[in-house]
Design a binder for this molecule. Structure first.
Ligand code: ADP
Ligand code: TRP
Length: 357
């Protein structure tokens, strides 16, 4: 039996370098290994938790499928599908929610962040769960935190468990959701006294999970951070973004520790360039001979080596509506096969198999 790989990305905009290096590149590598049964999908139901414009959601789904294919996902080797094409997922989500605690959901870091953003609140003690809960429950303005956002981890766990995935290649920021998935699987198994759901693991080819930094000095590259290098950025725009990256005045003594913005540039260099370039610029920094302009130029060119071919293929594929439709139809059928079986099993385990049929 082949091990199962599964991962998804929300269609909330064009894919950026963080999505690529943290997730999509791993998808493609895992597919190429040829030893897994792999499933890659567009998490459009998850996107609904932040209430996107319907027309935009629609075009984002199409765009991301095109980016998946342009980056090298192959419908003959992987199952490529859209989450909402698998109605078994929302049904299992309802069932699994019966075993998920609202407390544990409210303590999830991603939920706390997004809930605060939706309410526009700044909580004084950043890590005090009770403060966040009080703010949410007590908030009587017409802003609200929707229940879909709270149950986001249940839906993600279902995406994974419904296909019995062994490996879920995701970036570092998704590890807490994976931990919850394992907990839900264990809880379900022990509650019903079965050995049914597997506990999935992240996958990093033996390395650490990747966190691609933003170029604005601190934090990660992310859509909501507004600091993204997109896979479809044109050469000129991309070079301009990299050249504008925040740095400092340069080291004044040998082997000085790097300030965060500089460290971030080196992180990016390690991700996209060759080891000898990394060594060259590290030595230059340590000898106080670094020229940030040169470093940025190299980074920009090495990013373009990765992104420019993907950008050109995306343009072609995105306009081929018939091809996209064929890929997604086939993907939905394949994804539904195992999903239907899992749902039937779970209904049976939970005792809602209809005996009148
Ligand atoms: P965003 O944070 O821009 O909204 P998503 O949450 O949709 O992106 O992330 C989709 C995938 O890309 C996830 O597997 C996530 O871990 C990965 N990812 C997103 N941003 C980064 C980043 N800066 N570094 C590494 N991986 C990332
Ligand atoms: N939560 C993931 C993200 O924001 C997207 C996602 C939804 C996902 N369901 C998944 C990732 C299942 C891996 C497996 O990036």
């Amino acid at each position: 039996m082949k091990k199962i790989v599964l991962s998804g990305i929300r269609p909330t905009g064009q894919l950026h370098l963080g999505n690529y290096l943290g997730a999509l590149q791993k998808f493609v590598r895992m597919q190429q290994e040829g030893i897994y049964d792999s499933f890659f999908f567009i998490a459009d139901l998850h996107a609904l938790t932040t209430q996107p414009d319907p027309a935009l959601l629609h075009s984002n789904v199409r765009h991301i499928v095109a980016e998946y294919l342009a980056a090298g996902l192959d419908p003959d080797k992987s199952t490529i599908f859209v989450q909402s094409d698998v109605p078994e997922i929302p049904e299992l989500y309802l069932l699994l929610n019966m075993h998920v605690g609202i407390g544990e959901l409210m303590r999830t870091a991603a939920f706390k962040d997004k809930a605060r953003k939706q309410l526009g609140i700044t909580v004084s003690h950043d890590d005090d769960d009770n403060d966040v809960a009080r703010e949410i429950i007590g908030n009587e303005s017409n802003k609200r935190v929707n229940a879909g956002l709270l149950t986001y981890p249940t839906l993600m766990a279902v995406d994974i468990l419904i296909q019995h995935a062994d490996f879920v290649p995701v970036g570092k920021d998704q590890e807490q959701h994976l931990e919850l998935t394992r907990r839900f699987a264990r809880r379900f198994n022990s509650f019903y006294g079965v050995d049914y759901f597997k506990e999935p693991q992240n996958f990093n080819f033996g390395g650490k999970p990747v966190k691609v930094p933003g170029l604005d000095g601190s934090g990660k590259m992310g859509k909501s951070e507004g600091n993204c290098i997109y896979l479809v950025d044109e050469d000129k725009a991309l070079r301009k973004k990299v050249m504008r990256a925040v740095t400092d005045a340069g080291p004044t003594e040998p082997n000085q520790p790097m300030a965060e913005p500089v460290e971030n540039l080196f992180t990016l260099l390690r991700l996209v360039s060759t080891p000898d370039k990394v060594e060259f610029f590290t030595n230059a920094y340590n000898n106080c001979e670094i020229r940030y302009g040169d470093l940025k130029k190299e980074i920009a060119e090495d990013i373009l080596k990765i992104t420019a071919p993907i950008r050109e293929r995306t343009k072609e594929i995105e306009n081929d509506e018939q091809y996209l439709a064929r890929v997604l139809k086939q993907g939905a059928e394949q994804a539904r096969e195992r999903a239907a079986k899992t749902l039937a099993d779970v209904r049976g385990i939970m005792g809602i198999t209809p005996f009148w049929k």
